[in-house]
Design a protein around this ligand. Sequence first.
Ligand SMILES: [Zn+2]
Length: 218
Amino acid sequence: MPRLGRNASGSPVGCLEGANALATLDIRLQGDPVLRKIAKPVKKVGPAVRSLLKDMAETMYAANGVGLAAPQVGIAKRIIVVDAGDGLMELVNPELIRAEGQEVGVEGCLSIPGLIGEVERFAKVTVTCLDHDGRQRWIEGEGLLARVLQHEIDHLNGVLFTDKALAVHEARSEGEEGEEDEGEAAEAAEGAESLEEAGPEAESAVSFEVAPDAARED
Ligand SMILES: [Zn+2]
């Protein structure tokens, strides 16, 4: 299974085996006005915020994502969850305070299924935030983590990766599983992007909320 994380208290996050037990939220798609709002800072990290963080994490894992921002589930609050391979991170009021270097990498977005693009991002970032107990945290990240943090913080400012991408392509690569009918095509593309199915080659073609396989250009 991909990315079964554990939260700070050590209990498993999500139950990927029993998909029907998940408290997954509906992911808003491009065109939904909530994705273009400037999200509001969280004043107090209480039970409602913790419950949202939990549901967001479950939603992210269920979608094989590596990050999810609250506006993507219809909530214009400054809250994101990230798992770039080192376990779940829950960030409330995240703020980019330091950045260095530039790197171009491939990204996708759970709110923009079927599209990927090359985006230039800072190679290394420092982000401050509150954790799920309201404690101040500093997170340093590079590579995929830095990219995901920047992508998710952009969501809080109403910015989508397609606004910044140097180029945008269809995510579906040719010769993948033959032809499906229209209805199934979208679903198939989504599946093709799961980390689980991504080969080593795809892994280096850093991707995103929706991950790699489709990022290959062959
Ligand atoms: Zn996104």
